[in-house]
Design a protein. Structure first.
Length: 292
């Protein structure tokens, strides 16, 4: 090119032109991997619907380092029971063992799985034991499962599933609210508040079950003592639905006031809950709500 030849505005010398379609193709690949493939692999690896071979089931049930793997195996066992897979019975002793796991989420899943086979009588005493569990969600799942065994022992826990849960401080110190908005939905296990003790130790307050923040009593940044009320959590629609279905079978007249308030339209509850509540009240009053 003649250095004396003037350039037209915006023109790039021919020797410096590059095809835009070939510029940094690896950057696009990196973006795809980071934002699409890796999250998918992570999700798929923790998705309880992912089928497990019997060998992998055995491995997961005995995994002491990853409680979610135990949960995954228990969820698969429950689903296989529902599908009528007789071969899954070989894992029943492991399910009973998992009902005593140190992680509450594992015990909750074990209680649900045991409720899927009411013909296996060894599950019955294991479920009765879980009615004494310190975690409400475990007791609730056990109570629902016991209904399938024709056992009404868990009826008080089923009624409690319809009531707001009060979360209290497990330590004295300064409270930091993680969720500050009343009416906000929360997932099971979600952190709701953090309490910092004067010695610097911290205790997290988590939701035992899915629900919605009904009211907040503690002020952010203020001191609390052990046992002080922090907030109340209203039950989720799914929890209310399951409790109402169970009380249709085992409910008593004393339970009607707890059920009846769900017969009214609510912005936070779907219409199917209202309809089930009305059916449950009718069943209790008509005497059809009884142990199957």
């Amino acid at each position: 090119m003649n250095i004396d030849q003037p350039l037209i505005d915006g023109e790039i010398p021919a020797g410096e032109r590059r095809s835009p379609s070939r510029k940094y193709p690896w950057a696009i690949v990196v973006v795809i991997v980071l934002f699409v493939i890796i999250p998918f692999i992570s999700w798929y690896g923790t998705w309880f619907g992912r089928p497990l071979s019997d060998a992998k089931m055995e491995e997961y049930l005995n995994d002491r380092d990853k409680p979610r793997n135990v949960q995954h195996a228990l969820a698969q066992i429950g689903n296989r029971i529902i599908d009528g897979d007789e071969a899954v019975k070989r894992f029943y002793p492991a399910v009973i063992s998992a009902s005593q796991h140190e992680q509450a989420e594992v015990r909750m899943t074990a209680a649900w799985a045991m409720g899927q086979d009411n013909a296996y009588q060894d599950f019955h005493p294991a479920l009765l034991s879980l009615l004494q569990d310190p975690i409400a969600g475990v007791r609730h799942n056990a109570a629902l499962a016991l209904v399938r065994f024709g056992d009404t022992s868990g009826r008080p826990e089923i009624v409690a599933m319809l009531e707001p849960a009060t979360l209290r401080a497990e330590s004295s110190g300064t409270v930091e609210l993680i969720i500050k908005e009343e009416g906000a939905p929360v997932a099971a296990g979600a952190p709701l508040a953090r309490i910092t003790h004067p010695d610097g130790s911290k205790v997290e307050v988590r939701a035992a079950e899915a629900g919605r923040i009904d009211s907040i009593s503690a002020a952010d940044g203020k001191s609390v003592e052990i046992g002080d009320e922090l907030m109340t959590l209203s039950p989720s629609p799914d929890q209310v639905w399951e409790a109402l279905r169970a009380l249709y079978l085992v409910g008593r007249p004393d339970d009607i006031p707890h059920v009846q308030r769900y017969t009214r339209p609510s912005a936070t509850m779907p219409d199917r809950v209202r309809q089930q509540a009305a059916s449950t009240v009718d069943a209790i009053r008509g005497g059809t709500g009884k142990t199957p």
